[in-house]
Design a protein around this ligand. Structure first.
Ligand code: PLP
Length: 458
């Protein structure tokens, strides 16, 4: 399998190079040169299905035995035997729980595998990297859990001191591993992000410590997310029976994986994109326009995004895989802050896509009503997806699956405000508040942070 850039002007790579490259040289995102067809498939367990669905994407870079071992190992850390359980809500909408991994959010499904893929590919090459990232709370812990104890990876995560919740901080700072380093920056999340950008822009430093990232545009993350769409379809009616999905969306990575499953042959007549008040995607599907808007903080912070990077992968398909056209559309967007799909392209989206947006009031009411009616407690991100599923469902004879992207205990304040009771952490994290923390407080000073990274990488 070979990978091409969505801008069409970067080298064509195999899976291993794509994994380590992240972003393409021309600023584009890597996608497979062609979409492999989904096999007829059986009713294997999660790991068997995962190996079968993903194997064509790593073909030529990783042997089947090595890959199967990594996949099996990645999902042992999940506390549900079937990895992503399906439960039914009050009105027959199915909930696909993606939050049974170590950090209680869906990003674990991809990152647990990506950490192992990095380790495998780097070890094979005799190389090592230092992963540096900034977090406003959630992605940091998922990246740390993915990289902990990996031999050839060191990870340094910056968070704004005092500006992440206790649970979020503890999920990062109580990880006891020699290759994990948490830095509490005296500043805001933007300061942390600026420091990371500055480290990547410092070419001498970047080369010296072999800087790398595991960000949301990495193809391997999308790849790992395709699996649970196939698994859900198999559990509900078999691989060839139609299933619709509703996905609470930020960077468009999760729902794009559903689209890939569809391109590979899964019968998905409808993908519903759920947005909070930051509704750039809802407007894209409804009106065919994309405009820059201010990010508004909501109770679903992991979706507080107004530029959805993975949308570029959909644009590439919509443009008949013409990278120059994608580049022109995005240049237009950057120059004018606005971009309009041509009406034919926009009309073609109406068939398979819907979008709906919900504000915090609607989210809160949904959490309260669902807890009362079915006893299921939703987190605010999941509630956006459930609301969108109900609002956009077209055919009641086709199962509708809403993706549950976080455990309610990850966002206890919003859940308590809606239901009146505070959701408890799962047993394996019950003593989180008693575990010893390891973190270093540093000023928002590039030279100081770079020295810290130099001193702590192995
Ligand atoms: C990251 C995240 C999302 C958004 O996922 P995208 O792939 O960026 O669309 C939704 N919910 C939760 C809980 C998340 O952590």
């Amino acid at each position: 399998m070979r990978y091409v850039s969505t801008r069409g002007a970067a080298p064509i790579l195999d899976f291993g190079d794509t994994l380590l490259a992240g972003l393409a040289d021309d600023g584009g995102l890597y996608v497979p040169e062609s979409w492999p067809a989904l096999a007829t498939g059986g009713r294997g367990d999660y790991v068997e299905t995962a190996v079968e669905v993903m194997l064509p994407f790593v073909d030529g870079s990783i042997t089947e035995d090595d890959f199967a071992a990594m996949v099996a190992d990645a999902y042992t850390a999940f506390d549900a035997p079937d990895v992503t359980p399906l439960v039914e809500l009050s009105d027959g909408v199915h909930l696909l729980e993606l939050f049974h991994g170590p950090t209680l959010a869906f990003k674990d499904v991809a990152l647990q595998l990506v950490g192992r893929l990095f380790d495998h590919e780097l070890s094979r090459r005799g190389e090592r990297v230092t992963i540096v990232g900034a977090t406003s709370g959630d992605t940091g812990s998922a990246a740390i859990e993915a990289c902990r104890d990996r031999e050839v990876v060191d990870i340094v995560i910056l968070h704004p001191a005092g500006r992440v919740s206790d649970v979020q901080r503890l999920q990062m700072t109580t990880v006891d591993s020699v290759n994990v380093h948490n830095v509490a920056i005296d500043g805001t999340f933007d300061d942390c992000q600026d420091l990371v950008k500055a480290m990547f822009a410092d070419v001498a430093f970047r080369d010296e410590v072999r800087l790398s990232a595991v960000n949301s545009i990495n193809w391997a993350r999308v790849m790992a997310q395709i699996v649970y769409y196939v698994v859900a379809a198999e559990r509900l009616g078999g691989r060839h029976a139609p299933v619709a999905f509703s996905v609470p969306t930020g960077n468009f990575g999760n729902v794009f994986a559903g689209h890939v499953a569809r391109l590979a042959g899964l019968a998905v007549p409808q993908l519903v994109v759920g947005s909070n008040t930051n509704d750039v995607l809802t407007r894209f599907f409804a009106e065919g326009t994309m405009g820059i808007a201010e990010v508004v903080p909501t109770t679903s912070p992991s979706m507080d995004i107004q530029v959805s990077s993975n949308l570029e992968r959909l644009l590439f398909e919509m443009n008949g895989r013409d990278g120059a056209m994608v580049g022109a559309q995005l240049d237009d967007f950057r120059a004018t802050g606005e971009f309009q799909l041509d009406p034919v392209q926009h009309a073609a989206l109406a068939d398979g896509w819907n979008g709906a947006r919900f504000d915090d009031g609607a989210v809160r009411a949904c959490i309260a009503a669902e807890a009362e009616q079915s006893g299921t407690v939703l987190d605010p991100h999941t509630a956006v997806g459930v609301l969108a599923a109900r609002a956009c469902r077209r055919d009641p004879s086709i199962p509708m699956v809403a993706l549950a992207t976080a455990h309610p205990a990850k966002f206890p304040d919003a859940v308590e405000a809606a239901t009146g009771s505070r959701p408890g952490l799962p047993d394996r994290l019950a003593d989180l508040h008693q575990r010893p923390e390891r973190l270093t407080a540093l000023p928002a000073d590039l030279a100081v942070v770079e020295d810290f990274v130099r001193a702590h990488r192995r």
